[in-house]
Each structure stands twice: as C-alpha cells, then as structure tokens.
Design a protein around this ligand. Structure first.
Ligand code: ADP
Ligand code: G6P
Length: 492
C-alpha cells in the first residue's frame, strides 16, 4: 500500500472525523490488519499536506480491553500512521451511534431520503437511545481531542457523525479554535425540521467558530434552518446568537489531482491499462465507481443502461458497463437490501442481453487498489455518476484527472455538489429520469472528438486548480481570521 505523508509545518491541525484513513480489521485475538478506508472524506483529507496534522478517529473495530487498545494504537503507529489517534467505541455504542443515528437517520435525511419507516413508527425511546449514544460517542471523541490538544491548535471537526462535538469541545475549553465541515448536503430547512433532535444539533454546531459546506446552497439551507427553527438572526457572515457570531461559508472540496496524474506514469498502472485495453478491445467502456449506497442511484443507473440497450440494438455487442461498487455500512439493513436489489437487476439484464462470450454489465462488489482504479479511470470512454444526492462526489473529479489523453465524457447527476463546478463540461442528468439518462448515454458514446475535448478541458482546468490542499488551507485560514476578528470585536 501507499505510505501517508504528513509534512510538518507551523500550524498544528487536529482533524477529527469518525473515519481514520485506515480501518482495522480483526485477524485473530490481538492482531489486526489495517486497510485503507474508502470514501470522499478520507480521499479529501489525505490530500491535505501543508499542516502538522494529527487525525483522530474511530478505529473501525471493537477492542474491549486496554492491552488490545494499546496494541492497536501501536500498530497504527508502526504503519507510519503515527499521526493517527484511535478512538475506541464499544459495540453497543457503534450499533446505536454509527449504524443507528448516523447512517440510519442523519445520512438518509440529509440526502432527502427521509426518516426510515421503522423509526417513524417506533417508540421515541428507540430514537432517543440512538441520539443518546450519538452524544455519548461525541463526548468520547472530545475526550481524545482534549488529551492531545495544545494551545494554538486548530481543531477541525468533520461530518454528520460529529455535529455534537463543537459544543462538547467549547464547553471544555472556550478558547479552542473549532471548525466544523459537513461532507454531505445540508438539506432544506423543511427536511431538517423533521428531526426530533433538530434544535440540539443546530445549537451544538453553532458552538463552532466556523461552519463550512461544499456549496453555497447547503450553507444557505443551514442558515435558514437556524433562522426558521431556532429563530436566530442570519447575517451575510453567518448566524448571530446573543452577540456571538458563527461564521458560515462554502468551501468546495477538491482532490489531490497531481497524485492521480503522476500515478498514470507508473509501470504498474500502465500494465493494468494494457490488460484492460486488451480485455475490452472493440468495445466502448462505461464506468461507475461508487460505495454501494442508496444515494448513488446505482439501480437507476443500471436501468438507464438497460433502456439504452433496449433502444439501440446496434450497440448491444459494442458497449460494456463496469460498475465497481464497494460494500459499505453492511450492518445497516437498508444497505443489505440494496445489495440484493442491485444483484438482481444486473443478473436480469445480463441474462437478457448477454451472449455465450460477453455480458453487458460487469458488476464487482469490492474496492480496487489505487493503481487499478487509476488505470480504469484512464482507459474508459464514459463515466456515469448518477447520485440521487451527493455532497460533492469526488469520483467525478478523479475520472477527469485521469482523462487527459482520452478525453472521455462525464455524465453527472445534477444532484451532486460537483454539478456546480463541472456543470459546463459534463452532461448533466436527472438520475430519476431513466429516459433522459439513456439518451445521454447515446449522446456521450457518439460525441465527436472536438466536443469531448472542449468539455474535458473545462473540467480538467477546474480539477487541477481546486485541490484538497487549497480547500483545507482556505478553511484553516478563514478560521484563524474569524477568531482574530471576534477578538477585535470583543475588545471594541
Ligand atoms: P462518498 O464520499 O460518498 O463515498 P465520493 O465520490 O466523494 O463519494 O468519494 C468516494 C471515494 O472513494 C473516492 O475517492 C473513490 O476513489 C473511492 N472509492 C469509491 N468506490 C471505490 C471502489 N470500489 N474502489 C476503490 N475506491 C473507491
Ligand atoms: C461519506 C461520508 C464520510 C464517510 C464515507 C464512507 O463520504 O461523508 O464521512 O467516511 O462516506 O463511509 P463510512 O461509513 O464507511 O465511513
């Protein structure tokens, strides 16, 4: 695997996120295997290099005893992960906090899927116990932050798992510089107000000095939730509560584009590319890379591809869809249902349009290593990103970064944050409209070279100039400025 490279410089940064860049998987009594974690948050934060960073997060595994916990902390250390600090959560907390409140309640709600049926009908006790576990987990994160905090540190909290953390931290030390960034959409206030814990969550986020979102729309939704639900005053700067201003702004994330561009030169990536080109010679290749998540619109994508094959018999032996879907959050029932749903659709379509020698859809339930992934991005003709909602979607950025020589086409959901940055270069689609997606597939496959080039150029320019490092540097400097301004205000 790759080594993580954190370069030391002046500003110490404590990154706090539920996920560490590596997750431990138990192998026997006291031995763990460390695997790279998958997801946009990890990808973005791994691209942040100009700080002296410590990354505090959940170890990804239940380690009940202290000896085991020490052994795991050491294992993280030895893998050159000395800057990774594990937070240990017991099984019950993980069940109620991670599977329950985070991924069964907040995640679907923030992506406009709504609250799950079971919880809508269940007793308030089950909701309440999940929220209690959520707060308890956030307190445990705060304990670990406190242990490692030094004066002058910037503490940067991430994502929907840790909305309660800014409050926990400020209660312990009001001088701490605290920022919070959301990697998902923040929904319309009409959606947020469905949450039984709507007030408490907003108030705890507002304890931060700076609150950031991927897009201006998400920031605006958050401000209107604060004005409509909490009755606070929104200003162009943020939200004001009894003289205390919480600064709120958009900080669109990016990727470490150079890492992808450089990887394409590596012999192992070139080898993968050669194999793939031979394997799919004579056919156009469409690519989907997603976590197997309900927000990614994978069934909708596959049904649109079926419609395209149905309506374009001449393409049937000439195009293939590679869908790489890494399983995720597999203890949450909704995710298990999705897996079998996707398998069923893929099986049906392959049965319908496949031949003895070829099938139209290759579906893999696994993650790819970085080199395989770069090779796939580079050799494919069209990328299909059909998220029903998506905070940003970094897969679309990664595809663009790897397409300098081929100039492939990106079909992108208008409900992904990335639609706001890559909109002019991509073909934007409504993923719910299967007919529209099917005709966009045809348009992409037939697009003349000069149009492909123009569109790609637009996207590429954006991806190489809006990097993860720039995202983090902007957030941290804005946080420092916000604090200095607040100090000046109180002195006046
Ligand atoms: P999300 O954060 O919801 O997963 P993003 O598109 O922002 O969505 O980020 C996904 C990240 O995970 C990307 O960096 C992508 O490379 C990685 N990823 C997703 N699926 C796979 C896979 N099957 N194999 C390897 N990496 C994957
Ligand atoms: C999204 C979330 C991240 C999360 C990732 C993977 O990107 O915004 O916070 O880490 O999905 O999900 P997981 O539950 O495996 O951490």
């Amino acid at each position: 695997g790759e080594r993580l490279d954190f370069r030391a410089s002046k500003q110490r940064l404590l990154v706090v996120a539920n996920r560490l860049p590596v997750s431990a998987v138990r192998h026997g009594e006291d031995s763990w295997q460390l695997e790279m974690s998958v997801g946009g948050l990890v990808t973005a934060l791994l691209g942040v290099k100009e700080f002296d960073t410590r990354w505090i997060g959940w170890a990804g595994v239940n380690v009940p005893d202290e000896i085991g916990q020490k052994a795991l902390a050491k294992a993280l250390d030895e893998k050159l992960m000395q800057r990774c600090i594990p937070v240990f959560l017991d099984e019950e907390v993980v069940h109620q906090y991670y599977n329950g409140y985070c991924n069964n309640i907040l995640w679907p709600l923030f992506h406009y899927i709504g609250l799950p049926q079971e919880d809508r009908l269940a007793t308030t006790r089950s909701f309440q116990s999940q929220f209690d576990a959520y707060k308890k987990a956030n307190q445990l994160f705060a304990d670990v932050v406190n242990e490692h905090y030094e004066e002058g540190d910037v503490v940067w909290c991430h994502d929907y798992h840790l909305m309660f953390l800014p409050k926990c931290l400020k209660e312990r030390n009001s001088k701490m510089k605290v920022g919070w960034f959301l990697h998902t959409p923040f929904p319309s206030s009409e959606i947020h107000r469905m949450l039984p814990s709507r007030l408490e969550l907003l108030r705890s986020v507002l304890a931060a000095d700076l609150v950031g979102f991927h897009t201006y729309d998400y920031a605006r939704h958050f401000v209107s939730a604060c004005t409509r639900i909490l009755g606070l005053e929104g200003t162009p700067e943020g939200v004001e509560d009894q003289g205390k201003l919480t600064r709120i702004a958009a900080f669109p994330v990016g990727i470490d584009s150079e890492r992808f561009i450089k990887a394409l030169e590596l012999p192992e990536v070139q080898d993968h590319m050669k194999v793939l080109k031979q394997r799919f010679a004579g056919r156009k290749v469409m690519l989907g890379v997603d976590r197997l998540d309900m927000i990614k619109g994978i069934p909708q994508k596959i049904l649109a591809f079926e419609k395209f094959l149905e309506e374009n018999p001449n393409w049937r032996n000439k195009v293939v869809l590679l869908q790489i879907a890494v399983p995720t959050r597999t203890d949450v029932p909704e995710y298990q249902k999705l897996t079998s749903q996707v398998h069923e659709i893929v099986g049906r379509i392959n049965g319908r349009f496949g031949s003895l020698t070829a099938v139209p859809i290759h579906h893999l339930d696994r993650s790819l290593d970085f080199h395989e992934l770069c090779a796939l991005y580079a050799v494919t003709d069209v990328a299909l990103v059909t998220s029903l909602r998506d905070g940003m979607n970094l897969v679309s950025y990664e595809y663009v970064a790897c397409q300098e020589s081929k100039k492939g086409v990106l079909i992108l959901s208008e409900f992904a944050g990335a639609a706001q940055s890559l909109g002019a270069g991509a073909i934007l689609v409504n993923p719910w409209n299967v007919t529209e997606v099917a005709s966009s597939i045809g348009y992409a496959l037939n697009m003349p070279a000069d149009e492909r080039e123009k569109r790609h150029h637009h996207n590429f320019k954006h991806v190489i100039s809006h990097t993860a490092q720039e995202w983090a540097a902007t957030f941290v400097s804005e946080l420092n400025v916000t604090i200095v301004e607040a100090q000046l205000r109180t002195r006046q």
